[in-house]
Design a protein around this ligand. Structure first.
Ligand code: MN
Length: 150
């Protein structure tokens, strides 16, 4: 691959020369926009916006996430934990740990965050029924958007 651009300026609606992309093709999510800002030799920087009432998929995978909240506020689910997050907060998602980012329906603005990942990484996997039920009674389970089979 050609060397990545060394400077990607912010613009009014995103980043210069970066088109917003579909978040994911399938899964259980709502109102998420993704910008892949730069892909270097080993790492990638993306930015996500979660609209009010939206949420990212509740998933796990072997690659880590390093997340920095850029604007708005919301809730981050990491394993059995749930955290209220605001601009400037940093969230680390260890390998194999379930995670989800949620923006409250009544929020005044989207929840925005940068996410740094390995450029080469495994595919995310949605939680199975047993993993979803294991969140019962935890802080994560109280706030996670999860669809349990009837
Ligand atoms: Mn993920």
């Amino acid at each position: 691959m050609d060397q990545a651009r060394t400077f990607t300026p912010r613009t009014a609606g995103g980043w210069l020369g970066v088109e917003p992309r579909e978040y994911k093709r399938d899964g259980d999510f709502e109102g998420v926009t993704r910008h892949t800002i730069v892909t270097g030799a080993t790492m990638q920087v993306r930015h996500f916006d979660v609209a009010p009432g939206g949420y990212s998929s509740l998933e796990r995978h072997q690659h880590e996430h390093y997340v920095i909240i850029s604007h708005g506020s919301g809730t981050a689910v990491v394993g059995r934990e749930a955290h209220q997050v605001h601009e400037g907060d940093v969230i680390y998602v260890p390998a194999g740990t379930a995670h989800q980012f949620i923006c409250a329906a009544g929020a005044a603005a989207p929840l925005g965050f940068y996410c740094v990942v390995s450029a080469e990484r495994d595919r995310p996997r949605l939680l199975d029924e047993q993993e979803l039920r294991a969140l019962d009674g935890t802080p994560a389970g109280a706030v996670a958007r999860r669809r349990l089979p009837a």
